[in-house]
Design a protein around this ligand. Sequence first.
Ligand code: BEZ
Ligand code: FE
Length: 264
Amino acid sequence: MEAMSTVNTERVAGVVNDALAALHEVLERHRVTEAEWHAVLAFLTSVGRADEFILLSDVTRTSVLIDTMEHGGDNSGATASDVEGPLYVDDPPWREKPVRVYEDYRGMGDDADVLVVRGSVTATDGKPLPDAVIDIWQTGPNGGYDIWDERQPEFNFRGRWRVEDEGGAYEFQTMLPQPYTVPVDGPVGRYLEAVGQHPWRPAHIHFKVTAPGHHPLVTQVFFPGDPYLENDTIGAVKPALVLPVQPEGDHLLCPFDIVLRPAA
Ligand code: BEZ
Ligand code: FE
């Protein structure tokens, strides 16, 4: 009840009443049986036990709907937000400059591309934000997150650092991620199969960017030509977040300027 204690109970009552009315209407329209309803309850119980409610919210595109309602009307010029997903790990390592967000990747293969992401962190009025902290997480070039890929050390392709540049400039070295499937070994995987929804996400890098006096930004960036840009299973691709990638010497370069909105 800790989380609920901050919620206005009148609003909860209003939303819950409408949600129940909508649910009852669907159950009646489809003449859902007792056995089917019990299966739904067992499914939701297993989602909770497996700690997959965020994942369920994501694959049903509910997270994207909430993100759009919360941030979609922002015309301040700030970088577009996007959903966080369930794969952020608290307390990622602070990376030293020059920032490289991976330590090791065994079995990387010769065709894995080193990627440099470079840009600036500024406010919507153009003021550089040297105090900003950038925190990123992504899969390796085989589409695996460190938390499920035994070949990677803990916190590989994760890390945060302070910008510390007077002009707000930042840069980090990573590897070009690849498309991957959301976790399918639990109840949400069975749900995806049952509704005939594929589990793939386009390659992306997640960002959390914070700076004193500014609204925090949670977003993701994507890359052109990805086969899942048009049909991300969580529906999170925004055109403004599909960034160009170009060759630069022996690696690829992705320019990404990050703009934060001042807090009121
Ligand atoms: C992710 O991109 O990390 C992610 C987002 C939603 C569901 C599963 C994974
Ligand atoms: Fe991801």
